[in-house]
Structure formats: structure tokens, C-alpha cells
Design a protein around this ligand. Structure first.
Ligand code: G6P
Length: 369
């Protein structure tokens, strides 16, 4: 059994370590050799359609929904197409407003999640075009969508999703750059800069795995914690949601993600002496604002684990401990910064003696409602 886990004690740890390769495989063949453009040959949208899309709905569940939140941010930033991201079980039971040229993107690791498939079928019936981002080639989502981008993460066995998320982000980055380029929102030089940065992500993901001992140590000290808070702004907020979900799923520690600027509207009341707060500060343009929120939680006695880009030692002034992340473009930071959060949850679950790969009450794929 240990052989199929590649010598790792759990599938989750194996899958966390497979991320550099999974991301590389997902990018491979989808950018031109000279890195001048995205070549998403697997999708069949022609140039006219790519230019015509006037609205995007991203529909997904769980971790895939969190990937969608990052997708929204980057598609809006680069391609300037308005994007709504919605949980499939909400989307399917209301009457969303779309135009004739609304593209629906469903994201599903398994391609079999009941609510996501129901939403897909519903919008297809309304005549909308659907693009599926999935990890399973022959899955229902892959078969039923008009276009498919396969994430080449390989089989994901652990219930808590890791490499599926990072490869979903890779796919969404490719899509955002592709749309932006075709629609004339990015100059050739900007496209090249983005693709070069994307191309560098697998190596960076490899480096960030070295933060494992620091997170193992942190998890050991907080093994008795009952609550934890994840805060951040912008993309760091989207990432906080995934960090909190990961911790809940496998360590069973109650975790909450908060947009840092919203803390003072409620959650700050829960911050007491010694409560662990994971503060994400990977976005330079929001850095000062995030630090002011960190100062607020510190003043209430929180123990703050900060995450920021390497070289930004300024953060040490406001937090108890810092995880340094290798530098990349801010828009790509979630793919890197999620890895320490996965490791934190993993080690917290191990320290608490939980069944890491098969957490209580949860299933890998929710194929019934
Ligand atoms: C379950 C899994 C999650 C996953 C979610 C959506 O809850 O435990 O890890 O994110 O389903 O699954 P999907 O296969 O549609 O991405």
C-alpha cells in the first residue's frame, strides 16, 4: 500500500508533492514554444466567438468553486469580461441572468458532482455554451460540455483536493491570457511576460514545498486549537477560503476565512488571546491595508502566521512568524501560496491523529444530492 502512495504516509502528502509536475503537465502543449501565446487547441472556440463572449458564469462546488473565485479575478483583470462565480447548488435553483453570448465554465475535478452536472445540463438546455475544466477525461462533465480543458493532475485519491486545485488555477490562467490576448486587452509583450511567469510556476511550487518543516512545527503547537482564522484581501481572500476549508475538512478545527477589511464588522469579536490567525499578504498593491488589519488582530492577542513574498521582511514587524514565498506575479501567487496552507492542514490532521485521506462524513465525489 505504501508503494502506491509512492513511499509517502498518505495520499494527500504525495499529491501535495506532485503539484509541480501536475502544473507542468497541465501547461504543457498549451503555450507556443516561444512563449508568445497560449495555444489552447483543445477548445473549439473560434476567434469570433472568443471576441463575442460578453459574460462568464463559473459554476462549481467546494475547492473547485474556490478555484473559480481566482478565475474570476484574473479573467476580469486581464480579459475585462464580467464574471460571476457561483456554487452549483445555488446556481441551479435560481434563474440566473444571461445573454446569448454568456459562456458557462464548470469546474469539477471528478466531472461527476451532481449539482455541477445538473447546472451544466440546465444551461445547455437553455442553449448556452459550456466549457468544462475537469481532471477526468471520460467524465460526464467532459462528455457533455461543448469544450473541455483537462487538468493533467493525474488521479487524486485523498478526499481533500490539492493538485486538482493548482491545476485548475493553471487552466484558468491560460484561459484568462488567451481571452485577453485574442480580445486585444494584452499586448504581445505582456502576454509573453505572463506566460514566462506561468512557465516558472512548477519550479516555484517545488521550492515552496521546503516550507513543510515550518508548517509541521506550527501545526504541532496548535494541535489543541479549536478555532483558526484566515484573512486576506483580493486574491488572498479567495485563497483564505481554500485555506480554511482545507483545515476544516481534515483537521476538524473550526476555521473561518475573512476578507481582512471586513474583520471589524464582526469577526474581530472572536479574536482573543492566542487564537491562531493565518494572514495572507501576497498582493503588493494591498499590502499596507492588510498589515493594518493584522495589527488589529495582534492587538487582541492573536498569534499571527503571516505569508508574504520573499524579501518582504517588513511583515516581521507585525506578525509572530512568517512564511516566505518565492516571488511571482501577484496574479499567480495563489497557486504558490496555497501549498503552505495545504501542508498546514495536513500536519494539523496528522498531529490530531485523524484519517487524513478519508476525513469523517466527507466523500471524494458527491454524486448524489
Ligand atoms: C467534494 C470533495 C472536494 C471537492 C468537491 C467538488 O466535496 O471532497 O474536495 O472540491 O467535492 O468536487 P469536484 O469533483 O466537482 O471538483
Amino acid at each position: 500500500v505504501s508503494a502506491e502512495r509512492g513511499g509517502y504516509p498518505h495520499f494527500m502528502l504525495k499529491e501535495i508533492h506532485e503539484q509541480p509536475k501536475a502544473v507542468r503537465d497541465t501547461l504543457r502543449g498549451r503555450v507556443a514554444d516561444d512563449l508568445s501565446r497560449v495555444t489552447l487547441d483543445d477548445i473549439h472556440m473560434d476567434e469570433a466567438y472568443t471576441k463575442k463572449v460578453d459574460r462568464i458564469h463559473i459554476v462549481a462546488c467546494g475547492t473547485s468553486w474556490h478555484a473559480g473565485l481566482v478565475g474570476k479575478a484574473v479573467i476580469e483583470q486581464y480579459a475585462r469580461i464580467p464574471v460571476d462565480v457561483e456554487i452549483a447548488s445555488e446556481y441551479r435553483y435560481r434563474s440566473p441572468i444571461f445573454s446569448e453570448n454568456t459562456l458557462v465554465i464548470v469546474i469539477s475535478q471528478s466531472g461527476e458532482t451532481a449539482d455541477t452536472l445538473a447546472a451544466l445540463r440546465e444551461v445547455k438546455q437553455q442553449g448556452l455554451r459550456v466549457l468544462a475544466i475537469t481532471n477526468v477525461v471520460g467524465s460526464s462533465a467532459a462528455r457533455e460540455a461543448d469544450d473541455v480543458i483537462v487538468t493533467w493532475a493525474g488521479p487524486e485519491i485523498a478526499v481533500a483536493s490539492t493538485k486538482a486545485y493548482t491545476t485548475q488555477l493553471a487552466a484558468l490562467y491560460l484561459l484568462a491570457i488567451h481571452f485577453a490576448h485574442v480580445r486585444g486587452h494584452l499586448a504581445d509583450a505582456e502576454v509573453r511576460e505572463l506566460i514566462e511567469a506561468l512557465d516558472g510556476l512548477p519550479a516555484i511550487a517545488e521550492q515552496v514545498l521546503d516550507t513543510a518543516p515550518q508548517l509541521e512545527n506550527f501545526a504541532a503547537r496548535y494541535v489543541e486549537a479549536t478555532d483558526a482564522f484566515f484573512i486576506g484581501r483580493g486574491l488572498d481572500y479567495s485563497l483564505s477560503l481554500e485555506g480554511a476549508l482545507k483545515l476544516k475538512e481534515i483537521s476538524y478545527i473550526h476555521a473561518e476565512a475573512y476578507a481582512a477589511g471586513e474583520l471589524k464588522h464582526g469577526t474581530l469579536a472572536l479574536i482573543t488571546e492566542g487564537v491562531p490567525v493565518i494572514a495572507l499578504a501576497t498582493q503588493p498593491q494591498l499590502y499596507e491595508k492588510t498589515v493594518s488589519n493584522i495589527v488589529e488582530v495582534k492587538a487582541r492577542g492573536a498569534f499571527v502566521l503571516g505569508m508574504t513574498w520573499v524579501g518582504n521582511e517588513d511583515l516581521e514587524k507585525s506578525v509572530d512568524e512568517v512564511i516566505y514565498l518565492p516571488k511571482t506575479l501577484p496574479a499567480l501567487a495563489p497557486l504558490v501560496a496555497v501549498i503552505p496552507m495545504q501542508l498546514l492542514s495536513y500536519y494539523a490532521a496528522v498531529a490530531r491523529g485523524n484519517d487524513v485521506d478519508k476525513p469523517r462524513n466527507l466523500a471524494k465525489s458527491v454524486t448524489v444530492e
